[in-house]
Design a protein around this ligand. Structure first.
Ligand SMILES: Cc1cc2nc3c(=O)[nH]c(=O)nc-3n(C[C@H](O)[C@H](O)[C@H](O)COP(=O)(O)OP(=O)(O)OC[C@H]3O[C@@H](n4cnc5c(N)ncnc54)[C@H](O)[C@@H]3O)c2cc1C
Length: 584
């Protein structure tokens, strides 16, 4: 039989693309779709699959060679006619997908440069998780991300860099805190450049790891700004004038959110920053105003206060961290009131004027002065979803007036083959919610029977002390008319907390008044963010107060406070004097 020459198929606008891996050698038996070579352009990594089965006669490329559409890469001796059937010639010439994608069905836009079983938009925790899960389930996945690195907000400008800096802050604060107990350190010398590069290194390791994981799974990563152009087509523009059209069978939107800017601020003044700028720690301002006492604002306050800024926090509402119960945030408020320059609640910033001496801020309400002057202002008033900037209309996907995309319990949008996950589908905007939803979407898109049925999504503020909660808060229980009972354990009675030099914590567990099943938990104190996981598990498992109280917690640990709060509810606690009246 005549050997067939296998050439590089249509690969969009790419030319002279380097070969980064050759998967075959002479004599090797190939099945149809087995990878021949992997190409890597500045925008995508793609595999060229065998269009039909056969035995490799000669390989015409090596790693480092550059290839374009039509370049000869392989000579293949086809298998006998009674063996695996070759693809019809029409499919070879008409199907444009260069990579390991299957040939698009005639209904699914045959003029694309690439075809994906599953197209994923956005490479944050929602997007990369969805992409990896779908790839693990055997799908050909194209992942589109506008930035050159994977990881989205969380890894690059959110969860991870903030936690690295918060660790640095904790080391400074812990060292200072020990001076009251006879261990006096000199003031730390802070090398901002080194601190930043350590933080960047932490991020770099994680995003590098993601790139490797994507490659291992043969996920095609396209860098560029993307938008839907039809219910089965997605266009990616690299900003340099070239575009790739990707056709897809199903899509998962994970385009995330961005910081909300406050109107009425001086435009283009670099002294007004958002959380992304704040994480760059270009300097440590003498007087820093943080607008917004939510999780992000207070975490940044923790960092900058430790680095030496005099911090003022202003919040429109009457409580910091609105979503948590007032008693759970009280120990945090008490501590930061002593340490920060000012905390203004029920106060609005109505105007900011830029002057060479600083940013003159006009306040309204609360006990704030009419004006005060700051060196920098961090605006942390929330995040808005990116639903309006992805061409959702062209795909027929509904987006609400805020930019959120409504989804059902299977993460499906109103268009059955298009899913959405993460910040773009609603609150709480948290990475672990995004990744959980992503797995559901990828599994449903692959035909599995999955649904989002988690009972709770825990939240954590990595402040000092940390604040964490899961399930119902007392405020929500009251609003919903749920009858609850509670068990509270103050950390002033925790040996572990005291031995860490701190007595400012509380563990509060809420139980259904009738069934005694746990329905919620709030914790404030060191490592509250680690402790809340046990409460989340207990809620998911439907544990009741006795299950928790009878679970032996190691001593001395902070985790004991969870068991003891359950004992306090049951009236069996011996570490506090609060027994229920009991008959023997
Ligand atoms: C300072 C800060 C600290 C945080 N800390 C925590 C924390 O400790 N714990 C926690 O759980 N959460 C935290 N979060 C929230 C967390 O980062 C988000 O909930 C999470 O990143 C959401 O994931 P996502 O996949 O939905 O979206 P994102 O992470 O926002 O990713 C979306 C991606 O889509 C890309 N994209 C958007 N539109 C397009 C387009 N048209 N074309 C191509 N690409 C596009 C974006 O570039 C982005 O990379 C923090 C956020 C911030 C800002």
């Amino acid at each position: 039989m005549t050997p067939i020459e296998i050439r590089i198929p249509a690969i969009g606008d790419f030319e002279n693309v380097p070969v980064i891996e050759v998967h075959v050698s002479p004599g090797q038996e190939l099945k149809r779709d087995d990878p021949i070579v992997t190409l890597e352009s500045d925008k995508a990594t793609m595999e060229v699959p065998a269009p039909e089965a056969g035995t490799v006669e000669a390989v015409h490329v090596k790693v480092g060679d550059r290839v374009s559409e039509g370049s000869l890469i392989l000579t293949l001796a086809p298998v006998r006619a009674d063996a695996e059937p070759a693809l019809p010639t029409a499919a070879l010439t008409e199907a444009p997908a260069p990579a390991s994608a299957p040939q698009p069905s005639p209904a699914a836009v045959p003029k694309s440069d690439l075809h994906a079983d599953v197209l994923v938009l956005g490479a944050g925790p929602g997007g990369y998780t969805a992409a990896f899960r779908a790839a693990d389930l055997g799908k050909k996945v194209v992942l589109v991300e506008r930035f050159p690195v994977l990881g989205g907000v969380c890894l690059n400008v959110g969860c991870i860099p903030s936690k690295a800096l918060l660790h640095a802050a904790k080391v400074i604060d812990d060292a200072q805190g020990m001076s009251a107990h006879g261990l006096v350190f000199s003031r730390p010398k802070i090398d901002i450049d080194k601190l930043r590069s350590w933080k960047d290194g932490v991020v770099g390791k994680l995003v590098g790891g993601l790139a490797a994981l994507a490659k291992k799974r043969k996920v095609v990563v396209l860098q560029g700004l993307g938008k839907f152009v039809s219910p089965h087509e997605f266009k990616v523009a690299d900003g340099g004038g070239s575009e790739i059209l990707v056709s897809f069978d199903t899509a998962i939107i994970a385009a995330g959110s961005e910081a909300v800017a406050l109107p009425g601020m001086p435009v283009g003044d670099t002294r007004i920053i958002d959380s992304t700028d704040a994480l760059e720690i270009t300097d440590v301002p003498k007087r820093l105003l943080i607008i917004g006492a939510g999780i992000i604002g207070l975490e940044m306050a923790t960092v900058y206060h430790a680095l030496g800024s005099a911090v003022t926090v202003v919040e429109m509402m009457d409580q910091i961290i609105q979503e948590a119960d007032r008693d759970i945030v009280a120990p945090l408020l008490k501590r930061i009131e002593k340490r920060y320059e000012n905390i203004y609640l029920k106060t609005k910033v109505v105007k900011v004027e830029a002057s060479s001496a600083g940013l003159v801020v006009h306040f309204e309400g609360g006990r704030a002065p009419a004006t005060d002057t700051f060196d920098k202002i961090l605006v942390a008033v929330g995040r808005k979803p990116n639903g309006h900037s992805i061409g959702a209309d062209a795909a027929g996907v509904s987006v609400d007036e805020h930019g959120f995309i409504p989804v059902n319990g299977q993460m499906r949008t109103n268009v059955a083959h298009i899913f959405a996950v993460g910040d773009i589908v609603g609150q709480p905007m948290l990475a672990h919610k995004a990744s959980h939803e992503a797995k559901v979407a990828a599994e449903v898109a692959t035909g599995l029977k999955s649904a989002f049925d988690a009972r709770v999504i825990p939240s954590v503020a990595y402040t000092d002390p940390e604040v964490a909660w899961a399930g119902l808060t007392e405020r929500e229980a009251r609003a919903k008319g749920v009858k609850i009972g509670k068990g509270v354990f103050p950390w002033a009675a925790s040996g572990r907390s005291l031995s860490l030099g701190r007595d400012d914590g509380v563990t509060k567990v809420l139980f259904d008044a009738e069934t005694h099943r746990i329905v919620g938990c709030g914790v404030v104190g060191i490592n509250a963010g680690e402790l809340i996981a046990e409460a989340a598990l207990a809620i998911e498992m439907g544990a009741d107060a006795i299950d928790i109280a009878h679970t032996i917690h190691p001593h001395p640990t902070l985790s004991e406070t969870f068991g003891m709060a359950a004992e306090a509810f049951e009236g069996t606690i011996t570490d506090l004097y609060a027994p229920k009246k009991q008959t023997a």
